[in-house]
Structure formats: C-alpha cells, structure tokens
Design a protein around this ligand. Structure first.
Ligand code: DGL
Length: 306
C-alpha cells in the first residue's frame, strides 16, 4: 500500500485494544520527548484477549491502515501483547516499509533477575496460548521454572475501572474489595507462593500492557520482595533504534536528524504532541489519560475504524 512519505515530524502510531497501551505511551513520551504520537484505543472492541486470532488480526490490520492513511504515521508500536502474538507477522508482511515494534512478555529479562529460578507470567489467554509465546518459552524452559497464568477478564475490568475513583493503596484485604482486586487475587493465589525464599516465585512478568495499572493491587498480594518486569522502557529504546536507522528520529523540537527526502521539514510543528483516539466512549479515555499521563481532556476524541 502507498502512503505519504513519512517525515521526522510525522507522528508515531501506538495502538492497543484499549487503555492499557497508555503504559507504553508513557514510556515512549519519556524516552522520546520531541516526538509526536497518535494513540488509538480500540475500546469498542476490547478486550482482545479472549477473542481469537482471526478477529484480533483483522482489527490490527484495519487500525494499521487507518493510522497510515489518516495520520501518516512514520512508525507503529503495537502496544498490545495479544495483537502482537496474533498478527505482527502479517502486519510486517503487508507494511514492509513501516518501522514496527511489537510487544511480548518479557520472560528473557526476568531470567536475568530471578534468584529463586521461579518466574510467574501473567497475560491474556490470547498471548499465553499463542504459538509465538510457546516458542519463546520452549527456548528458555531449561533456565527457570515458569508459572504461566492467563487472566481472563482482568484487562476488561481495568478498562471498566478507569472511571471509578482511584483505589486507596492498601493491603491484600482492602485490594480485594474492587473488581480488579478480586481478579488479581484469584489469579495470583492460583499461581502458588510468592516471595524470595527457595521454591517461591520471586519475579512476575506483566505480559499485558493493561496490568501495570493494577501494579499496586498485585504488589499488595505478592509482597514487597517480588520484582515486576514490564516492557515499556525496552520498547521505547527499540523504537528509538528503529527511527534512528530509518533517519526518522526527531532529536529536538526543531532540529531534525537524517532528513533524506524529508529535508524541507525543518520547522517545529504546531500540531499537539499527543493525540489520543478511541473507538469507544471518549470519557473513559479522558479519565485514563488524565489519571495515568496527566493529559488534558481535549487531547482525546472518538473515531470510527470499521
Ligand atoms: N493490553 C493488551 C495486551 O497487552 C490486551 C488486553 C485485552 O484486550 O485483552 O495484551
């Protein structure tokens, strides 16, 4: 497919089934402060985790087309482990010219930090039953014991929770009073013992971008000594590397690097640095943007992506 030649000042597209990918956007904005971003939350169709590959693949394809055609993105971050597992290979094949970053549960980094050799992995059913994840795990199985737990319903509960008042930081008893807390409790308890003693799970991989937003609830359940591993910062580093390699990194507000065909694009853009779009209710995205990124409501809009 043809689209306008991307420029260093073109935005980076970021998408997720819903608001979870805002955790990745937060890391991207911190690491790449001069870039512009268009985030798309497919909240009308969330959650993806229990939908199956054909559905998730079709949504991923439609959203990639939309972001290229309507926003002329210069790169795409699929800030969703489930969509990456289901469809990244197809997106790569259909858009070979688009710098593309996907996410997968960070089990390799977990190996570097575990001391007990017992690593927990939580994610959606779609991610954790994918052939991509099976291959990843098979390549590392001899190096640690992995306790893998799909968390049906948790991403959806997190979506629903964004309009609720922020839960107080608490202990395991108060945490379980919320819907997200009750689900966290059910899945964490099913995984066995957490802690730093021999035989306990001392490292927990958050294999779904939504789960960072219940880190305080998970923490209350597993205790202070357990390390959480997520991918936001690594994704931001990889995005920077790809942009540099493509000559598309925006290194300062108006100084451009590696202009190539984009040489005339040397003025700062008046466009807002972050635009947040959703296929679902805008008030939910506004609440999440305010709560998790400190962004104002007027950054957000609802769009149709059939
Ligand atoms: N945030 C997504 C992920 O990282 C998907 C959650 C969902 O839609 O089920 O997998």
């Amino acid at each position: 497919m043809r689209s306008l030649m991307p420029l260093p000042s073109s935005p980076i597209g970021v998408f997720d089934s819903g608001v979870g990918g805002l955790s990745v956007l937060r890391a991207l904005r911190a690491a790449l402060p001069y870039e512009r971003f268009v985030y798309l939350a497919d909240s009308a169709n969330a959650p993806y985790g229990e939908r199956g590959d054909p559905y998730v693949g079709a949504r991923t394809h439609a959203i990639t087309q939309y972001l290229r055609e309507q926003h002329h993105i210069k790169a795409l971050v699929v800030a969703c482990n489930t969509a990456t597992a289901a469809a990244i290979h197809e997106v790569r094949a259909s858009h070979p010219d688009l710098p593309l970053v996907g996410l997968e549960p960070a089990v390799k980094p977990a190996l570097a930090v575990t001391r007990t050799g017992r690593v927990g992995v939580i994610g959606t059913r779609g991610t954790l039953t994918s052939s991509k994840f099976a291959k990843l795990l098979a390549s590392l199985e001899s190096q640690a014991d992995f306790v893998v737990q799909p968390c049906d319903g948790l991403a959806h509960a997190i979506e629903r929770s964004v309009n609720l008042p922020e839960p107080p930081a608490g202990n395991a008893v108060t945490v379980c009073a919320t819907e997200t807390g009750a689900l966290c409790e059910r899945y964490i308890r099913a995984m066995g013992d957490f802690g730093t003693a021999p035989g306990q799970i001392d490292t927990l991989v958050l294999g779904c971008t939504h789960y960072i937003f219940v880190a305080h609830e998970l923490r209350a359940l597993v205790g202070a000594g357990v390390q959480f591993i997520e991918t936001g910062e690594a994704v931001a580093r990889q995005t920077r590397r790809l942009l540099e390699a493509a000559g598309l990194l925006r290194a300062s507000a108006c100084t451009l690097v590696g202009t190539g065909d984009a040489g005339s694009d040397d003025t700062p853009s008046a466009a807002p640095d972050t635009l947040l779009l959703t296929t679902g209710p805008v008030d939910m995205l506004q609440a999440a943007a305010h709560r998790w990124l400190g962004l104002p409501a007027d950054c957000c809009a609802t769009v149709a992506v059939p």
